[in-house]
Design a protein around this ligand. Structure first.
Ligand SMILES: NC(=O)c1ccc[n+]([C@@H]2O[C@H](COP(=O)([O-])OP(=O)(O)OC[C@H]3O[C@@H](n4cnc5c(N)ncnc54)[C@H](O)[C@@H]3O)[C@@H](O)[C@H]2O)c1
Length: 331
C-alpha cells in the first residue's frame, strides 16, 4: 500500500513542527493541534486544523474530509509535572487517544504511529529493552501507557508505538527546534542559560553513577523524524510493533556540561543542588530492536552534535528576540 497522505496530531509542538518540516516536501501532510503553530514555524495554514482531540464531532469531520492513509499521533500533555493531577493527564492523553482511535475506525483509517515514552518503564539501571517491566511512576507515564494499551487492543489498527527517550536538538534547513513554555528539559535550559551567562542547576551529584550525576539517553530530533518515516515504511506491510528510540548510550549531567564548555570555549557556572524525589539515577535504552526491524540508527545523536545544534537554535531564538522561559524543575 502507498502511504502518501499523513495526519500529524500535536503538530504545533516540538516534535510535530520538526516532523512537518522534515516530511512536507515528500508527502501530503495535514496538521492538527489544540493551538496554532508558533509564528517562527512558517506553515501553510491551509493544511492546519485547530481541534481538540477530545472533541469527537469535530475530529470526525476532519478525518472524513482528509481521509489520511496514516495518523502520526504526537498530541499529548507531555511535561512530567506531578503538580498536574492524574485526571488531567488521563482526560487529555487517554481520552484524546480513545477518541482518535474510534474516529479512525469509523473512517476506515487503520495505520497509526504513536509517540510513547521511556516514562512507561519501571526503574532499571540496565539498558532497557522493550520487554522490560512496565511500571510508570509519573501520572504522565501512566496516561501514556494506557494510551498504548488502547491502541494495541483495537484489532482494526496496525500500529508502531515508539517509546522516545530524551529528544533534543533542532533541524537546520529551515531552522526549527524545541520551544516549550516553560522549558523543563536539561539541554535547552543549560544551553540557553550558559549563552546568557546564568548559573545552571544540577539536581544531585551523589548518585551511584561514574561522576555522581544522573545519566540519561539523548536522541537528536532528526533521528526521531527518520525513525517515524521508517516506521511508516514498516506499516506498509500491515504489521505492528513497539520500539525504543534513543541514542542507545548514557550521558551524565556533568558530561553534558563538560561538552557544552568545550563547544562554547568557556566555563559554565553550575550549582549542584539536592537530589529530587522521583529522579532515576540511570535511564538508558537498548535500541537493538529498532536497528533490526526498521534498519534505524541514531546517526545524529552524539551529545556533541546535539549540543552544537541546540546552541544554533538558541542563538536563532535570541536573534529573533524570542525569550525562552524555563522552570526550576528541569528534567
Ligand atoms: N520531547 C521529548 O523529549 C519526548 C520524549 C518522549 C516522548 N515524547 C512524546 O512525544 C510527543 C510530542 O512531544 P513534544 O515534545 O513535541 O510535546 P509538545 O508539548 O511540544 O507538543 C504536544 C502538542 O500536542 C498538543 N495537544 C495536547 N493535547 C491535545 C489535544 N487534546 N488535542 C490536540 N492537540 C493536543 C499541544 O497543543 C502541543 O502542541 C508527546 O506525545 C510526548 O509524550 C516526547
Amino acid at each position: 500500500m502507498i502511504i502518501k497522505k499523513l495526519l500529524i496530531t500535536g503538530s504545533s509542538g516540538y516534535i510535530g513542527s520538526c516532523l512537518n518540516t522534515y516530511l512536507k516536501k515528500r508527502y501530503k501532510v495535514y496538521l492538527l493541534d489544540l493551538v496554532k503553530p508558533k509564528e517562527f514555524n512558517k506553515i501553510n495554514l491551509k493544511n492546519f486544523f485547530k481541534c481538540d482531540l477530545k472533541n469527537s464531532k469535530k475530529l470526525d469531520k476532519i478525518l472524513q474530509k482528509i481521509k489520511p492513509d496514516l495518523v502520526i499521533h504526537l498530541a499529548a500533555k507531555s511535561t512530567v509535572n506531578e503538580k498536574i493531577k492524574k485526571k488531567n493527564y488521563i482526560s487529555n492523553n487517554l481520552v484524546a487517544t480513545r477518541n482518535l482511535v474510534n474516529s479512525m475506525n469509523r473512517h476506515n483509517i487503520n495505520k497509526i504511529i504513536f509517540s510513547s515514552t521511556a516514562a512507561v518503564y519501571d526503574k532499571n539501571k540496565k539498558r532497557i529493552n522493550e520487554n522490560f517491566k512496565l511500571r510508570p511512576i509519573s501520572n504522565y507515564g501512566k496516561s501514556k501507557l494506557q494510551a498504548e494499551e488502547t491502541i494495541m487492543k483495537n484489532n482494526r489498527l496496525n500500529y508502531v508505538i515508539l517509546r522516545f527517550f530524551n529528544v533534543s536538538g533542532c533541524l537546520k534547513k529551515p531552522m526549527i527546534g524545541e520551544f516549550h513554555n516553560p522549558e523543563t528539559h536539561l539541554i535547552p535550559i543549560s544551553v540557553f542559560k550558559s549563552i546568557k551567562e546564568n548559573d545552571i542547576n544540577i539536581f544531585g551529584d551523589d548518585y551511584k553513577t561514574k561522576d555522581g550525576t544522573c545519566v540519561r539517553d539523548y536522541v537528536h530530533i532528526k533521528d526521531i523524524c527518520i525513525a517515524i518515516e521508517k516506521s511508516k515504511n514498516y506499516l506498509k506491510k500491515n504489521r505492528s510493533t513497539i520500539l525504543n528510540i534513543g541514542g542507545g548510550h548514557g550521558v551524565s549531567n556533568k558530561s553534558v556540561i563538560k561538552n557544552l564548555e568545550k563547544i562554547l570555549n568557556k566555563n559554565v557556572r553550575v550549582n549542584y543542588l539536592k537530589k529530587r524525589k522521583g529522579d532515576q539515577a540511570v535511564l538508558v535504552c537498548n535500541i537493538t530492536k529498532a536497528k533490526n526491524l526498521i534498519n534505524w540508527r541514531p546517526k545524529n545523536s552524539r551529545i556533541f552534535n546535539i549540543l552544537k545544534d541546540e546552541i544554533m537554535w538558541s542563538q536563532f531564538l535570541i536573534k529573533q528576540k524570542i525569550n525562552r522561559k524555563y522552570s526550576s524543575v528541569q528534567k
